[in-house]
Write a protein that binds this ligand. Structure first.
Ligand SMILES: [Zn+2]
Length: 250
């Protein structure tokens, strides 16, 4: 049976509200990802994780998955290339807030976001706090990249890892939509060279200039790596989301 929110009738949704079903909202964006990856890369990764997590959860707890959020906030640096559709921070936060607010008004109380775009982390956490202030209920925010990090770190070939369009993201699209990856456009001119200690404390985009819109080295990517990270990320998400679904605040 389908677990997609949009494929249900209101009658079916009513039954799922009575079961307090978990809603998963995959959050991607549309922005340039170098010369070799499609601009919907983050949205596709969000869609892929949403689908696999929904499949893995459907026999365990009542679950619904929405279509991905396709447009979000990107920094100006990546608007230099075509394909980046930049939504202002406040507009994006209000949009996500309204989606969750509407679902809570329907009667749903357990909502999980899959954050698949680095520029959204602080924004989504602020929405989480605004929703808690209004509804007294806490949403859950998971990052598939972080959930699969233990496997990625074990298997990766690029010692520096990936920030944007490098080994991890290219591997994910190779696992999901390989026909969209332009392998003959691979380049390592934007391999990560910046000071590691400053990655995190300073936005990575302020540490190194990008020539082709990448921040990483896609030449290390493989579909096998993408599949392993997908499997690991889904397993972790399932484990955490079952705990979230059963959470009772005493
Ligand atoms: Zn990305």
């Amino acid at each position: 049976m389908s677990f997609y929110f949009g494929e249900k009738t209101w009658v079916e949704l009513q039954e799922l509200i009575e079961k307090d079903a978990l809603i998963i909202i995959p959050v991607g964006t549309t922005e340039e990802h170098g010369r070799h990856l499609p601009v919907e890369t983050d949205a596709m990764i969000a869609e892929m994780f949403g689908k696999e997590i929904g499949k893995a959860l459907q026999d365990k707890i009542p679950v619904l998955v929405t279509r991905p959020i396709y447009f979000g906030y990107s920094m100006d640096i990546v608007t230099k290339w075509p394909g980046t559709v930049k939504i202002r921070t406040r507009v994006f936060m209000d949009y996500v807030f309204d989606i969750i607010d509407a679902m809570m008004k329907m009667g749903f109380s357990k909502i999980a976001l899959l954050d698949c775009h680095g520029n959204h982390d602080g924004l989504l956490r602020t929405v989480m706090r605004e929703i808690a202030d209004k509804h007294g209920k806490f949403i859950c925010i998971l990052s598939p990249a972080k959930l699969s990090e233990h496997v990625y770190k074990k298997l990766k070939k690029d010692p520096e890892g990936d920030i944007h369009g490098g080994e991890w993201e290219t591997s994910m699209i190779l696992a999901y939509r390989p026909e969209l990856v332009k392998k003959d456009e691979y380049t390592n001119v934007d391999a990560i060279r910046c000071n590691n200690e400053l990655r995190g404390p300073v936005s990575t985009w302020g540490l190194q200039k990008t020539k082709t819109g990448l921040f990483g080295d896609p030449t290390y990517a493989s579909a096998e790596l993408g599949e392993a990270c997908l499997k690991a990320g889904v397993e972790e998400a399932v484990r955490i989301l079952i705990k979230y679904y059963n959470l009772k605040v005493e």
